[in-house]
Design a protein around this ligand. Structure first.
Ligand code: CUA
Length: 181
């Protein structure tokens, strides 16, 4: 038999369903449903999926808000690039820019206080990954992602980019300070 000549039994697929095959279909259907309902369940009761809000923005508008925060709350600068470290008041809006290949500015928060953390990209897709916590947020250009965060432990955290964004992707790292008041 070749693919040119018809098969001897033309309707070859019409066979009764084997019990094992039926059992596997039912089993995988049930498992699909379990996983489907786990998504909203885990979002509400899980420990790691942060709820975020997202709004449209532009690099210009986001830079303006970030610059205003930097002008007001910078407490020192760090590294050869003189990256400002901002210490905004508890409860306020905190802005973080992702761009090739830098996080700007550096942020210092207080333990046990809540903040509205705004993230946006100036160019391509970046990934906000907070280490050693398991927090990952995609940072898109044209969108402002907002998370309500309450750091529970004073430490120096690392922010690394976990979306490949070009030749210096591996150098796109920064720090997040959480201090005791
Ligand atoms: Cu930014 Cu990788």
């Amino acid at each position: 038999m070749t693919s040119i000549s018809p098969p001897p039994q033309r309707i070859w697929w019409k066979q009764p369903l084997d019990r094992v095959e039926g059992a596997w279909i039912v089993l995988s259907l049930i498992w699909c449903l379990v996983m489907f309902f786990m998504m909203p369940y885990w979002h509400i009761y899980g420990k790691q999926n942060l709820s975020n809000e997202a709004y449209r923005t532009t690099p210009e508008a986001f830079t303006k808000k970030t610059q205003a925060m930097v002008d007001k709350y910078t407490v020192r600068t760090e590294t050869d690039l003189n990256i400002p470290v901002v210490h905004p008041p508890a409860g306020s809006d905190v802005y973080l820019i992702a761009r090739l290949w830098q996080w700007w500015p550096m942020i210092e928060l207080e333990e046990g206080k809540s903040y509205r953390l705004h993230l946006s990209s100036m160019d391509y897709l970046h990934g906000f990954s907070l280490q050693p916590e398991n927090i990952n947020i995609e940072v898109h250009p044209g969108y402002e992602h907002i998370l309500t965060v309450t750091p529970t432990r004073a430490a120096v955290y690392s922010i690394i980019c976990n979306e490949y964004c070009g030749i210096n992707h591996h150098t796109m790292a920064s720090k997040l300070y959480v201090v005791k008041r």
